[in-house]
Design a protein around this ligand. Structure first.
Ligand code: GH3
Ligand code: MG
Ligand code: MG
Ligand code: MG
Ligand code: MG
Length: 317
């Protein structure tokens, strides 16, 4: 849940109306005000509101124009809008709703109705935001889920091709995790999975880096604009971060604590996907687009297999 209060943007060219609305709505939300459509859009861009109360009739940009502009703006197209207007004609109201408005409130304002409607719409909005967040996060570990990874890999793969930038991928697998569960129990296994996920997440620093749970006790890390050397450094930091958790594992054949193995690969604009600097797949433009990052994932998976067979608790590229 968001820690701050919901944000409400009040837009009306009549400051008396704004004052009345503000007095009524201050207990429900954090308020900002605009007296014209242009200012409303500027404020909404500065800090995206959870709900906009929009006067339909204003000099300059009308409320309808503001609403339409918001619908075509990827930053604002999901912000609900309630029109506040003295028009009560059916056609005007229908036009506003057709523009995507969430609701209509007619002037003169009745404070109790205003508060109740705004309260309801804010609750819908916050519940929807929460659902959206939950749909992206792995419930057990708190890192991104597989769906986010699949989308991100496709997107970053295409971007790396377009911009001719390197793209690195790591697969991280907890060593001897089955014996860990057998020795310490599944509940402790879950606690460990979460701790490892958070340790991996703590290593990456750029907003574009992604740590996701791939499935079971496997994680993937997408590192846009990261060279093979950069990816090696991140992988080494991850090995260390997991070791520093110092989670006892006396059933491990590798070490008396929990370790991970990492397989890494890097797409380098000049050389195609590379594992260990040896495997270089030459692809033409059409193949590259079709590939969607699959070859990179395959190379990282092959490197992970090498890491496991080379003794675990290590990174192989
Ligand atoms: P290796 O070093 O070769 O990776 O050995 P491993 O035992 O980790 O590999 P294996 O694939 O045989 O077993 C993976 C184990 O991970 C089996 C499964 O019980 C455990 N596991 C997968 N998902 C979860 C989970 O959500 N919670 C818990 N507690 N365990 C899980
Ligand atoms: Mg007006
Ligand atoms: Mg595994
Ligand atoms: Mg396995
Ligand atoms: Mg494992």
């Amino acid at each position: 849940m968001p820690t701050s209060r919901p944000r409400l943007l009040l837009v009306d060219d009549d400051t008396n109306v704004i004052q009345l609305m503000a007095k009524t709505l201050a207990p429900l939300a954090q308020l900002r005000f605009a007296t014209c459509g242009e200012d409303a859009l500027r404020l909404a861009h500065e800090e995206v509101p959870d709900l906009v109360l929009l006067d339909a009739e204003m000099p300059g940009m009308s409320g309808f124009q503001v609403c339409e502009t918001m619908q075509h703006d990827p930053l604002l197209d999901e912000v609900p809008v309630i029109f506040v207007t003295s028009h009560s004609e059916e056609a005007v109201e229908a036009a506003g709703l057709a523009l995507g408005a969430a609701d209509f409130i007619t002037k003169p304002i009745r404070p109790a109705i205003l508060a109740a409607r705004v309260g309801n719409h804010l609750r819908f909005k916050l519940a929807r935001d929460q659902l959206k967040r939950q749909a992206l996060i792995d419930g057990l570990t708190g890192v991104a889920n597989r769906r986010v990874f699949d989308e991100q890999l496709l997107k970053e793969w295409a971007r790396a091709q377009r911009a001719q930038l390197p793209l690195a991928l790591l697969m991280v697998d907890i060593d001897h995790f089955k014996p860990f569960n057998d020795r310490y129990g599944h509940q402790q296994g879950d606690v460990t999975l979460k701790a490892v996920a958070q340790a991996l997440q703590g290593v990456v620093k750029r907003p574009s880096d992604l740590v996701a749970r791939y499935g079971g006790e496997e994680f993937v890390v997408v590192l846009p604009d990261t060279s093979l050397d950069g990816a090696r450094q991140i992988a080494d930091s991850m090995l260390q971060a997991v070791q520093q958790l110092a989670i006892a594992h006396d059933a491990s054949a590798t070490a008396p604590w929990v370790t991970v193995s990492i397989g890494g690969a890097c797409f380098d604009a000049c050389g195609g996907p590379q594992a260990g600097g040896v495997v270089t797949i030459e692809m033409d433009e059409q193949d590259v687009l079709q590939d969607g990052g699959g070859s990179l994932l395959q190379a990282a998976d092959a490197a992970l297999y090498e890491a496991k067979h080379g003794g675990r608790a290590r990174a192989v590229f």
